[in-house]
Each structure stands twice: as C-alpha cells, then as structure tokens.
Design a protein around this ligand. Structure first.
Ligand SMILES: *[C@@H]1O[C@H](CO)[C@@H](O)[C@H](O)[C@H]1NC(C)=O
Ligand SMILES: *[C@@H]1O[C@H](CO)[C@@H](O)[C@H](O)[C@H]1NC(C)=O
Ligand SMILES: *[C@@H]1O[C@H](CO)[C@@H](O)[C@H](O)[C@H]1NC(C)=O
Ligand SMILES: *[C@@H]1O[C@H](CO)[C@@H](O)[C@H](O)[C@H]1NC(C)=O
Ligand SMILES: *[C@@H]1O[C@H](CO)[C@@H](O)[C@H](O)[C@H]1NC(C)=O
Ligand SMILES: *[C@@H]1O[C@H](CO)[C@@H](O)[C@H](O)[C@H]1NC(C)=O
Ligand SMILES: *[C@@H]1O[C@H](CO)[C@@H](O)[C@H](O)[C@H]1NC(C)=O
Ligand SMILES: *[C@@H]1O[C@H](CO)[C@@H](O)[C@H](O)[C@H]1NC(C)=O
Ligand SMILES: *[C@@H]1O[C@H](CO)[C@@H](O)[C@H](O)[C@H]1NC(C)=O
Ligand SMILES: *[C@@H]1O[C@H](CO)[C@@H](O)[C@H](O)[C@H]1NC(C)=O
Ligand SMILES: *[C@@H]1O[C@H](CO)[C@@H](O)[C@H](O)[C@H]1NC(C)=O
Ligand SMILES: *[C@@H]1O[C@H](CO)[C@@H](O)[C@H](O)[C@H]1NC(C)=O
Length: 776
C-alpha cells in the first residue's frame, strides 16, 4: 500500500477517551474496535482489515509490557530450546566467524545461557523484556532461516506515516536518504533527511539496524536496503497471498517499540515529527482480550486453533478477490503491460515477465519462490509462467535477459531447481550440504536406521512402521534420501553422521539429495520439475549465460540463494546488486540466508517426541527389550527433549549448510559483479533499473558504482574465505564517504574444479521464505 493511503487511515483514527482505571489492553481493544467500525469492509481486503485499524502506539506498548512472566517457566523453556537449537549448523561458526563474514560474531548458546540465568534471578518483570532478548539473538544471527520467537510481542506493529528510500541523483553521486513519499509523489527538489533523533542519519540508521530490526542480513549493505521501503520486497513477501498491504517494510513498521514518534531534520532545515500508530494481527474484541494475561493466554501459545483461524481468514480473503485480481503488479513503479503473468496473479501467483527496448531486453520478475500452499497447481503455474516467458522472449528475438530477484526471500525449493533447469536444461544442479552432528541428531538417526532392520518379527512392529513412515521424508535424518558427494549410497548411519571435526565441532559428511528418487524429482502431484522424468526441455540453453544478468537487492535467501548458486556457479551467469550504504565499492547480492534445509522446530519436536514417547512407554517391559535391540539406553532416551517441558511453543527454523568447504556458505564473501545505486528515477519506475541491469549484461559497466566491478568473490566458483579488505565497522563508518575502501580480491578457494562444493540444497519441499513475527 501507499504511504498516502496510510495517512488517510491515520486521519480517521479517533482518540478514544477512556477512564484511567481501564487496563491498557482493554483500551487497545476499544480503540481497535472503534477503528474497525470506521473501515468499509467492502473496500478492504479482509486479510488487511485489522492492519488498518489503528490504535495508540504508547497504549499498545503499555499493553504488551503488561504481559506477566513466570521466570521459572521461561528458564526451563530456554534449556529445552537449546537442545533443538544445537542442530543449527552454523552455531560454532557464528561464534568464531572467518574474516570474510561481514557481521559481528555471536555466541548463541552463551546468550541463551545468559537469558536463562537472568530468568532464574527473577530479573524479567514482564514477558516482553524476555522476548526482546530472544529477538536480539535472532537479529544477531543475520540469517532469515533462524527464528526463535513466536510470542505476543510480534502481535503489535508500530507504523510511521512515511517510509524512507535512499537514492542517488544521477547514479554516480552517493545516495541520500529521502522520505519515500517525496520521491513517489515527484516533489521537485526534495530535501534529503539529514538528522534523525538528533543524530546524523547514518549513525541513527546503523543503530536502528543493530537494535530494532527483527532479522538481519549477512551483509550490512543488505541490512541498509531492509530499512528502506521497497515495492519488490512488499510484493515478494505478500503478493503470493494477496495480502499486500499488511506490511509496510523497512523502518516504516516495527514490532519493537521505538517511542511515540520519530523526529528528524531535512537538509533544508525543516524539522519533522512522524507519529507512530499501532495495529495488530490479533482482533482483540473477538478474542476477548482485556488484559496482558489474556493476551498471553490466547496468543502466547501458538495454538492450532489460532493457526486455523489465520488459515480461514486467508481463504476468505482469497475467495473475495477472485474477480479483482489485477493483471499486473499492483505497485506504482511496475509497468502495467507484462507479456506474461502467473495464473491467479497476486492470489498465489507472483511471476511476471516484460519486454523492453523494442523487445531487445526481457525481464523476468521473480520476487519470491513461494506458491500458495492450499492449492496444488500453484507450483506448476509458477513453472508454466517461466516457460511461457522464455518462449515468448525467444520468439521476440530478445537479446538480454534480466532476472529480477529483488525482494526474493525464498520459497519452494523445488521451484528454484525448476527455474534453473528451464534456463539450463542440460546442466546438473549438483549441490552439497552438511549437517551438525549433535547427540540429539545422532540418536534420532541411529534409532531410525536400526528400526528398518527390526521390522519383522518383533511385537513392536506397529511403532517401528510408524517410525519408518514418519522418517521417510525426514531429509537428512534418513540417509536413504541422500547420497555422498560423489553420488554413492551411504554404507550406514555412522558412515554418514561421522562425526567429522571441523572448526572444533562435529559435522556430518557432505551430502546431496538423490535425484533418482521420485520424491525428489516429482515433488508436486501435478508435474515433474523441468528436465526430469517426462518433463524434458526441447533446447539446450534458453539464452547464453553471457546474455543473462541477475538483479539483487540483497534480500535474496534460502531457495533464492540455492537458485543463485546454481545460476552463478553451474550456469556461469553474472549479477548486479542495487542499493546499499551510500559509499563506493562492492556489495553482496545474496544476504538473506545461504542455508539449505530448514528444520522447523515443530517437525523436529514431532520426530523427537515419537521416539521418546515410543521408547519410554514400557508396557510389559517390551519397550526395554526394544531399546536394547535398537542399541539405546534409557538415559539417552530420557535426554531427548520433550515438547511438554516447554510452557509454550516457539517457531524455530534451523538450517543445515553447506558445501564441502570447511567454511559454510553463509560466511564466505561473494560480491555481485557490479553494484548500482538506486536513482530517484529507478524508485519511481522499475524499468529504469531493469534497463541499467541489462546494460551490464551487455558488458557495459560504466554505470556501476566506483570500485564495484567484479569485486572479491564474484568470480565463478571462487568465493572469498579471507577478508574482502573491509569489515562491518569499516563499511558503516564510511557511510556517505567517497573514500574507496581497500579491496582484497584474493580468492580463497582452492578446489575450483568442483562447482558442487559451494552449493547448498534443501530437503524439505516447503521452505519458509522469511521468518517474521507475523508468523503468529
Ligand atoms: C511458575 O511456574 C512454575 C512451574 O510451572 C510453577 O510451579 C509456579 O507456581 C509458577 N509461578 C507463578 C507465580 O505462577
Ligand atoms: C536486574 O537487571 C538490572 C538491569 O537490567 C540490573 O541492574 C540488576 O542488577 C539485575 N538484578 C539482578 C538481581 O540480577
Ligand atoms: C524542506 O524539505 C522537505 C522534504 O522535501 C519538505 O517537505 C519541506 O516542505 C521543505 N521545507 C521548506 C521550508 O521548503
Ligand atoms: C553527505 O556528504 C555530503 C558531502 O560531504 C554532504 O553534503 C551531506 O550533507 C552529507 N549527508 C549527510 C546526511 O550527512
Ligand atoms: C468472548 O466472550 C463472549 C461473551 O462473553 C463469548 O460468547 C465468546 O465465546 C468469547 N470468545 C472467545 C474467543 O473466547
Ligand atoms: C467477503 O467479504 C465479506 C466482507 O468481509 C464477507 O462478509 C464475506 O463472507 C466474504 N465472502 C466470502 C466468500 O467469504
Ligand atoms: C486459480 O486458483 C483456483 C483455486 O484457488 C483454481 O481453481 C483456478 O483454476 C486457478 N487458475 C486460474 C487461471 O484462475
Ligand atoms: C515485440 O514482440 C511482440 C511479441 O512477439 C510483437 O508483437 C511486437 O511486434 C514486437 N515489437 C517489436 C518492436 O519488434
Ligand atoms: C533404507 O533402505 C534400505 C534398503 O532399501 C532399507 O532396508 C531400510 O529399511 C531403509 N531404511 C529406512 C530407515 O527407511
Ligand atoms: C564431538 O563428538 C565427540 C564424540 O564423537 C564428543 O566426544 C565431543 O564432545 C563432540 N564435540 C562437540 C563440540 O560436541
Ligand atoms: C514424471 O515422470 C515419470 C517418468 O520418470 C512419469 O512416469 C510420470 O508420469 C511423470 N509425472 C507427471 C506428473 O508428469
Ligand atoms: C587478503 O587476503 C589474504 C588471503 O587471501 C589475507 O592473508 C590478507 O590478510 C587479506 N588482507 C586484508 C587487508 O584483509
């Protein structure tokens, strides 16, 4: 949605006059109810209704901080979480990252211990304080696959009437920060923002990124872009469900309270004060929320009932939008004449394609790899739209192809493979991952391996069959799904799980998925992924890799990272990154997460619980016999964390990574081949950006930011594992300076023959694209 729409909605907010004795949550309830009454349900997407029903920000904060905490319970909870979180494969590297990593290190386990200690000392006086400590860990991991928060704090959003953008006047001068509305409304000679809250705008934004973001990006330039309003990010995040107005993005919306208003000064000396207003995914009235206790009871536990409510709402919103589905991206910077759009566009469809410059440039806009999960044909429709685009562009004699991945936080991993194979039907998407071998991981895998051998003849057959079936799609927890790096089957669980010692820690051998299994090449009921089974392409390469360019805004992660790695290292395609902190020099394009398989806390907990409860239940002593046949002791089984120990559920996703290098992909440095600054024109009209990217595909790097051409790690199969010559603090310190940072272009790779070594891959078909507090 537009900042101007929000502004109108703000004007409609009637400050309710309330008696003092009323609790803040009761006040929120009343204000939200009053605001809802003023909205016309016929003109608003039902999914967005409550996001437009604004109430007072400070009252909302008082409500959220009135949620009580039981320090004993949260301390116990943290201990349970630690066992699952240990499966997060980058834990040891986050504590001790290589110099190529561009963010500060973090000791995740140490931080959780501190939180548990603090709770044991009774030092949290409300639940929000505790959650903010967890959010700080989330952010500090700089990985969109990591998320340990799913509590009530994320229920409240605080929004400003305006967002920010940063743009250069001509593409060469360093960008300045502007109010988005000044740019989009074409205000002549807009003044840039000079100061926020009494600090230089760059100092303030660095601090904001480090303290107010919910998730971070692995490159500070990408962190910067995340503070800005971006239509691609908006559309990519919500377009797939047609709920596009609910998140405003960047600094405009936060779930971490940042005061009643944001004050600042423009370069012309004019001061501004933008007021925050609050809104909530929770309908306080229908859930009868009148106190902090209520809020926790209803929303502190991520109950099934609540998820069902969300799903019902989504379905209703979709049902109501059937005829209103636009035939173009519903944001003002996008052209209204795509040559191809995905079926059910904006109600599950996000793919659009364009021809520019008398058909010489083709643009494939992929702001997400998500497809509606409630609709079987959605992945096929995504794939078909890409096929249709390639076919039309070939017919029109298109020379250059821009694949715009701006805002693409990931999605369905098999669609990443599919699109790669559509561009390179004959190239193998070979990709390796590595998992962290913790005691929990080892015991689950050992039991499952042995269970296969015991199925006949034991009285426990039913339980064993259950194990077999539950673990058949458990990704790396069942080595029958995977192969060794040279394509062989594993000899045993031990052969797979080792452990191998790397960076002082235990890991599995590198593994890859077995693409000869139908479960992997035919993950959808309706079609096989391109290039597999019966779905063969009729050409070798749709376009020469030299004529394709990938465009990034840094948000790319998860499936987008997998796709990018295949395009770059297997396909040989170059890339452009746009935006970043105002300064010359390179930027990385893939900075969301480079992890592969996501382990959702819920599914891990189910696997663990199945084995735990199955082997603890000792009717007739038969479980004891089974335990001994499976080769596990009672104490090992008792040590498996029980989800019942946790007072509430957390949404937590873990990634295993990465190639057979000893450094996970997440931590190497890989600059895009060119970096562009956003110009004012590009923000108003995305085709200006697309044309600029297409020029780079033509070999013309004249528009690239000084010092950004073929930067460190940009070469195919040569990511940098040493310092690129600068670090997190150098980059922020030099914001708004034209001084070029020293660039270290030495390649860190030594086994450049193996493209597979830098690949990541994903097991689960549905990979969450981003983890935000909206998940509740
Ligand atoms: C906190 O939780 C513990 C463990 O569930 C329980 O024994 C205790 O009574 C709770 N304290 C309060 C004040 O509710
Ligand atoms: C509780 O936290 C405050 C600051 O957050 C600190 O000053 C105080 O020492 C802590 N108290 C205990 C008992 O740990
Ligand atoms: C200063 O610039 C801001 C932002 O462009 C604008 O809104 C404001 O009207 C300007 N003030 C004056 C006095 O021109
Ligand atoms: C950025 O640097 C330029 C040139 O030194 C200066 O004119 C401008 O005011 C600076 N911007 C901010 C926000 O400090
Ligand atoms: C809210 O309260 C009303 C009246 O007390 C009751 O009928 C309704 O079931 C409650 N709703 C929920 C979700 O608890
Ligand atoms: C469409 O929205 C209206 C208003 O929110 C609602 O009453 C109606 O039930 C919705 N339609 C469907 C098919 O759910
Ligand atoms: C759109 O989605 C619905 C299911 O939600 C499906 O029935 C329909 O065939 C899809 N395709 C088109 C082109 O509308
Ligand atoms: C561009 O391609 C379209 C579709 O193939 C065609 O109709 C149109 O005439 C072409 N335009 C130019 C200028 O070649
Ligand atoms: C793995 O495959 C082998 C050979 O087909 C089979 O015997 C075994 O039961 C399978 N193991 C599991 C856990 O599915
Ligand atoms: C690695 O595994 C070995 C057993 O194979 C164990 O003794 C050691 O403590 C583990 N190291 C870590 C860091 O977990
Ligand atoms: C996928 O390919 C296999 C052949 O390998 C074929 O038997 C199957 O019918 C195909 N599935 C679909 C949905 O086209
Ligand atoms: C550049 O990389 C080399 C190794 O490739 C490393 O030894 C050196 O310290 C790096 N230099 C800087 C300035 O970071």
């Amino acid at each position: 949605m537009h900042s101007s729409n929000l502004f109108v909605a703000l004007a409609a907010l009637a400050p309710a006059v309330l008696a003092q004795a009323v609790s803040p949550c009761q006040k929120v309830n009343e204000q939200q109810t009053a605001a809802l009454k003023k909205l016309d349900p016929e003109s608003v997407n039902p999914y967005n209704l409550q996001f437009l029903a604004f109430f007072d920000a400070e009252t909302a904060y008082q409500c959220i901080t009135s949620i009580p905490i039981n320090n004993t319970e949260v301390a116990a909870m943290v201990e349970v979480d630690k066992k699952f979180l240990a499966l997060y494969s980058t834990i040891p590297f986050l504590k001790n990252p290589p110099k190529s990593y561009q963010q500060p290190s973090i000791d995740v386990m140490g931080r959780l211990d501190e939180i548990a200690e603090k709770a044991k000392r009774g030092n949290y006086s409300n639940f929000n304080q505790f959650e903010l400590d967890l959010v700080a860990i989330n952010r500090g991991v700089y990985d969109t696959h990591f998320g340990i928060v799913n509590g009530p704090t994320g229920l409240i959003s605080y929004s400003l009437p305006y967002g920010l953008v940063s743009a250069s006047v001509d593409g060469k001068e360093l960008p300045q920060v502007y109010a988005h509305s000044d740019i989009i409304d074409k205000v002549s000679n807009p003044s840039y923002i000079f100061e926020i809250e009494g600090e230089n705008v760059f100092t303030y934004l660095q601090k904001y990124a480090a303290t107010n973001s919910v998730t971070g990006m692995l490159d500070p330039h990408a962190d910067w872009n995340q503070l800005m309003y971006s239509e691609a990010t908006q559309f990519g995040s919500w377009g797939a469900d047609n709920k596009n107005s609910m998140a405003l993005g960047g600094i405009q919306t936060t779930s971490i309270y940042n005061g009643k208003s944001l004050k600042g000064k423009f370069s012309n000396g004019t001061q501004f004060e933008w007021k925050y207003v609050a809104s909530s995914a929770a309908l306080f009235i229908s859930s009868n929320i009148t106190s902090g206790e209520d809020l926790f009871t209803v929303f502190g536990l991520a109950t099934k009932e609540q998820q069902e409510q969300e799903e019902a709402l989504k379905k209703r919103a979709l049902a109501n939008q059937t005829t209103a589905t636009p035939q173009y991206v519903p944001y003002s910077s996008y052209p209204k004449n795509p040559i191809v759009i995905q079926a059910n566009f904006t109600r599950g469809g996000v793919v659009s394609g364009y021809l520019l410059s008398d058909n010489s440039t083709g643009v494939l806009s992929l702001p997400s790899f998500s497809s509606r999960d409630d609709y079987n044909e959605a992945p096929e429709e995504y794939s078909v739209a890409v096929t249709e685009f390639i076919s039309q562009a070939r017919k029109a004699g298109t020379k250059k192809i821009v694949i715009d991945l701006s805002g693409n936080g990931g999605g369905n991993v098999m669609l990443g493979y599919d699109v790669f194979r559509q561009f390179f039907p004959k190239k193998n998407p070979d990709a390796l991952s590595r998992s962290r071998a913790t005691p929990l991981f080892d015991i689950l895998g050992r039991v499952v391996e042995k269970s296969g051998k015991l199925i006949d003849g034991t009285p426990e057959t039913e339980f064993l069959l259950q194990l077999q079936s539950d673990f058949s799609n458990a990704g790396d927890l069942n080595p029958n799904n995977t192969l060794t790096s040279d394509g062989k089957h594993w000899g045993s669980w031990k052969d797979f799980a080792g452990p191998l010692k790397i960076n002082g820690d235990n890991f599995t051998k590198p593994w890859k998925y077995d693409f000869s299994l139908p479960g992997n090449y035919a993950p959808f009921q309706t079609y096989n992924i391109s290039g597999y089974g019966t779905n063969e392409a009729t050409f070798d390469e749709a376009f020469s890799p030299d004529d394709i360019i990938i465009l990034y805004d840094g948000y790319c992660g998860s499936t987008c990272s997998i796709f990018s790695n295949l395009m770059k290292n297997v396909g040989g395609v170059k890339s452009v990154a746009v935006g970043g902190i105002p300064q010359n020099g390179p930027m990385q394009g893939v900075a969301g997460t480079r992890g592969s398989q996501v382990r959702q806390h819920d599914s891990m907990a189910q696997y663990a619980e199945l084995i735990r409860s199955g082997l603890l239940d000792s009717k007739n002593g038969s479980r004891e016999a089974l335990r001994s046949e499976l080769g596990v002791s009672l104490s090992e089984i008792e040590d498996i964390p029980s989800t019942n120990q946790a007072p509430w559920k957390v949404s937590m996703a873990l990634n295993v990574s990465t190639g057979n290098l000893d450094v996970p992909y997440q931590f190497v440095y890989e600059a895009a081949n060119c970096r562009l600054f956003y110009t004012v024109d590009m923000i108003r009209d995305v085709t200006v950006l697309w044309e600029a990217a297409a020029k780079v595909a033509g070999g013309d790097t004249s528009a690239c930011v000084t010092g950004s051409v073929d930067g460190p790690g940009s070469e195919r199969n040569k990511p940098l594992v040493e310092s690129p010559g600068f670090s997190y603090s150098d980059v922020w310190k030099n914001a708004n300076s034209t001084r070029l940072l020293a660039v270290n272009n030495t390649s860190g790779g030594d086994d450049s023959d193996s493209s597979a070594s830098r690949m990541t891959m994903t097991a689960s078909v549905v990979v969450i694209s981003l983890l935000t507090t909206w998940l509740l």
